[in-house]
Design a protein around this ligand. Structure first.
Ligand SMILES: *[C@@H]1O[C@H](CO)[C@@H](O)[C@H](O)[C@H]1NC(C)=O
Length: 248
């Protein structure tokens, strides 16, 4: 079952360029660098009006001299307990070690907590996010949105292992078609967009099933990229949903 219409493609590209929302948000104050600015327009990333439900996260694993180091940005749905999307810049492939240490975002459940992600360590269930325990008895993988294979540093790769960047994903899809899609995007960006600024947004469409009665299983995974040249003009753009890959 594939739902992929020109309208949807447009939506994905609007999500990417960000000229979709009228809500002013934190992403732009704290980590605007992960969102494309085509035509030199400062665009607001897509967010939803319900700011209690949808939380904007500038993903950070550590501080450097008292300043959070941001690796990518995630819009997180605290009701479905999965991300809406993760946005990041692609800087070329490197070989990262998969640490497989999972983290969660303490500030989602305690606004006064520190801003860096914390080790999951079999944490108790939390009200506003998924934890590893939610996945244990399910047959689903913790499917990355911002993937290890696109990380620009080892720290960035480690920072992708947060539950706020993951959604329940079918294992054979994860290691099959989706892995191929991630590899194909990286290959295109390295070959066709060398020297450009390369932005990627990867998201999910929520489905109707839940694991552990808490965490929504997406019906689709989608990804889209845009390459901008030195004048912030579109050099190339592409979007893909689950299996279909369409370039415009
Ligand atoms: C994953 O997909 C395969 C192939 O479509 C299917 O046989 C399997 O049951 C699915 N696994 C889960 C956990 O849904």
């Amino acid at each position: 079952m594939i739902l992929f219409t020109p309208g949807l493609l447009l939506l994905l590209l609007l999500a990417l360029s960000g000229c979709f929302s009228e809500v002013v948000d934190d992403f732009l104050n704290k980590c605007p660098q992960f969102f494309a600015n085509p035509g030199k327009t400062v665009c607001t990333p897509t967010v939803f009006p319900d700011k209690n439900r949808y939380k904007q996260i500038c993903q950070s694993l550590y501080e450097e001299q008292g300043v959070y180091v941001y690796e990518y940005a995630t819009l997180y749905d605290t009701a479905n307990k999965i991300p809406v999307y993760s946005a990041y810049k692609f800087e070329g492939k490197i070989d990262c070690t998969r640490d497989d240490t999972w983290y969660f975002e303490p500030q989602l459940d305690n606004p006064k907590a520190e801003g860096t992600m914390k080790r999951d360590n079999n944490a108790d269930l939390l009200s506003n996010q998924a934890v590893s325990k939610d996945y244990i008895k399910s047959r689903f993988h913790k499917g990355h949105l911002a993937p290890v294979s696109h990380a620009r540093t080892q720290e960035c790769s480690d920072a992708t292992f947060t539950l706020t960047n993951a959604a329940p994903q079918n294992g054979s899809f994860n290691s099959g078609k989706w892995r191929v899609t991630e590899a194909k995007v990286a290959e295109i960006l390295e070959e066709k967009c060398a020297g450009n600024s390369r932005y990627i947004v990867t998201g999910v469409v929520p489905g109707t099933k839940k694991i552990n009665n808490r965490v929504c299983v997406p019906s689709f995974f989608w990804t889209a990229y845009i390459c901008l040249d030195n004048n912030q003009q579109d050099a190339a753009a592409c979007a893909s949903m689950s299996e279909v890959f369409t370039c415009i």
